[in-house]
Design a protein around this ligand. Structure first.
Ligand SMILES: [Mg+2]
Length: 239
């Protein structure tokens, strides 16, 4: 196991029972590789009758596409394969379809946990840590599928889904939601660790809660913000 991860497990084992280590995990692109979800949605769009009829060449090309672990979102995936649609309406249609599908319960079953992710979260749980999942997914569209996906993939989750924190609605941005969570988070522990892939979220959480220990999970991110500086430890995975 990565020495940083080993250290967190060992810290969890040494914490007193009345002050357990708290480990907070983002989901998308932190614990889960979402590229199979992206692939499935693009294939479904490409196989719609109206798309096959109006755009036969584009449809055939999209049906061969496999999103990579290193692809972020739908636009970057399409750009990587040099997909240049013949008209803008087609791409708008695809992106709209993708957004509705990606942020829904329906396709979460295609997400694949990164190697070692479930093992690491379970090791922490067994070591006495309290586990939280803090995600930009929202309750109305994605709670049900998120619970099923965590359970099906062997992540620890209590019967009442304690510690699972989703946005109450899609109106709030991910980074504001996460910053708000930490502002009001009543930490019972001296050891609170946050695992996250998105630099923007990391920067804001670091600002509002400097006592939180943050690990940058170096998978993929939006590229909207510069990556965290060297004082934030980073891991490339959970193996
Ligand atoms: Mg994420």
């Amino acid at each position: 196991m990565n020495p940083i991860l080993e250290r967190v497990v060992s810290l969890a084992q040494r914490q007193p029972p009345d002050s357990p280590l708290q480990a907070i995990f983002d989901l998308d692109s932190t614990l889960f590789d979402v590229s199979p979800r992206i692939t499935k949605i693009i294939h479904l769009f490409a196989s719609l009758e109206r798309i096959k009829t109006s755009y036969p060449k584009e449809s055939a090309k999209l049906l061969k596409l496999e999103a990579h672990e290193s692809d972020y979102g739908v636009k970057k995936t399409l750009m990587r394969i040099g997909f240049l649609p013949p008209d803008l309406e087609f791409i708008h249609d695809l992106v709209d379809f993708w957004k509705k599908a990606f942020f829904s319960n329906q396709f979460l079953e295609y997400d694949r946990p990164y190697a070692g992710a479930a093992g690491f979260v379970n090791a922490l749980h067994k070591a006495g840590a309290t586990i939280y999942y803090l995600t930009g997914r929202d309750v109305p569209r994605m709670l049900e599928g998120t619970v099923k996906s965590l359970r099906d993939n062997g992540f620890p989750l209590s019967d009442g889904n304690q510690g699972l924190v989703l946005k109450p609605s899609s109106d709030i941005s991910d980074h504001e939601f996460k910053a708000q969570f930490f502002k009001t988070f009543n930490s019972k522990s001296t050891e609170t660790w946050f695992f996250e892939n998105e630099p923007k979220n990391i920067h804001l959480v670091e600002k509002v809660s400097p006592q939180i220990k943050i690990i940058f999970v170096e998978t993929v991110h939006s590229g909207k913000d510069p990556e965290p500086e060297k004082h934030i430890p980073r891991i490339s995975g959970f193996k």
